[in-house]
Design a protein around this ligand. Structure first.
Ligand SMILES: Nc1nc2c(c(=O)[nH]1)N[C@H]1C(S)=C(S)[C@@H](COP(=O)(O)O)O[C@H]1N2
Ligand SMILES: [Mo]
Length: 320
């Protein structure tokens, strides 16, 4: 039972989240089990200690991804969150604890060799275990953070799904349960939350399936047990608490596009030169401070993702 619904202004960014609220005991124990028994599917890429499936217990950090700013305080990244299923304010982290993330079945279907519904934990294990990556994150609202995610390259899931040659997009869907998530009683939103990306984007080295944060299992408010992490795109593309991934040849309409297509597009690549209709995208506020820093094209990840869009017209459509 939810006792307290904090008002947007009543919860400070520095308020401490008690660890025991969001640590799931069963997940931790299951994770320890994997650490002892799993064999690395990825050809020994990860040490045994890193084979803690969904828990994200200390995973080896991939040195390819570095930051140009300090890591955001854990309290800030886990108490200032966007998760409209639980309400439109930033401090829904307590309400999100109502989400039951174990068990959690994920369905992979559509244009694939065979539809499958699999426990998130088993899926992560099949995909080879987790690594840690330091990524910048840029919300379309112009706040930003830098955090250590643990998870798996999304490319591994695409490979696992064995999509048909004709599949062009991934359509990704969040849970839909208005008993658990009160925001989903607000009928003007097109629930469930949906996002879409191309197969080329999904198999780009940067595209990541997050299962942990700060070396711990993913907090519910950050999208447990499994979410997308697409650091070169505005944050709304990084869909949380994934229930279904459908391979399709039709471009999916995302939740925000459906609601306000003039403000939120399909591509949503970060670019300071294209402003949101209601605010500037030139700078961003780092979570936990009032410091503003310049926004970078593709959020600084052009080296990885520019080739994806090189043949496309470089118009506003790519950047909102
Ligand atoms: N299912 C779902 N996923 C979501 C959202 C949401 O409301 N529902 N918000 C998005 C937005 S706008 C952002 S900025 C990021 C925020 O991730 P964080 O709260 O972990 O920082 O999640 C994205 N994924
Ligand atoms: Mo966002």
């Amino acid at each position: 039972m939810l006792i307290r619904t904090p008002r947007p202004w009543s919860l400070s960014e520095n308020q401490i989240t008690p660890e025991d609220v969001y640590m799931n005991r069963r997940q931790i124990l299951a994770g320890l089990g994997f650490g002892l028994t799993a064999t690395a599917i990825g050809g020994g890429l990860f040490p045994k200690g890193a084979m803690a499936a969904i828990t994200g217990l200390p995973a080896e950090r991939n040195p390819a991804f570095t930051l140009d700013r300090d890591i955001t305080d854990e309290e800030d990244a886990t108490t200032y969150t966007n998760f409209y299923e639980f309400g439109s304010s930033k401090n829904i982290w307590k309400s999100a604890q109502k989400l039951v993330t174990d068990p959690w079945a994920v369905t992979i279907d559509g244009m694939v060799e065979e539809d499958i519904t699999i426990e998130a934990e088993d899926l992560v294990r099949k995909l080879g275990g987790v690594e840690e990556r330091l990524y910048r994150h840029r919300c379309v609202e112009a706040w930003a953070m830098a955090v250590p995610w643990s998870g798996i390259p999304l490319a591994k899931l695409v490979e696992f799904a064995r999509p048909d040659a004709g599949a062009k997009y991934l359509r990704i869907e969040t849970f839909h349960d208005s008993d658990v998530a009160k925001g989903q009683r607000q009928s003007w939103y097109p629930w469930p939350y949906v996002e879409g990306i191309t197969i080329e984007e999904a198999t780009n080295e940067l595209a990541f399936l997050g299962t942990g944060l700060y070396g711990k299992p993913m907090p519910k408010q950050n999208g447990a047990p499994i979410r997308l992490v697409l650091p070169w795109k505005y944050g709304f593309k990084s869909i949380k608490s994934i229930k279904r991934i459908t391979f399709t040849d039709e471009r999916p309409t995302s939740f925000w596009q459906d609601l306000m297509w003039k403000e939120y597009g399909f591509w949503a690549n970060v670019n300071p030169e294209y402003n949101h209709p209601r605010w500037s995208q030139e700078t961003e506020r780092l979570l936990g401070s009032n410091e503003r820093v310049p926004t970078l094209k593709y959020n600084g990840y052009g080296e990885w993702v520019e080739p994806l869009y090189a043949a496309m017209p470089q118009t506003r459509e790519l950047f909102y």
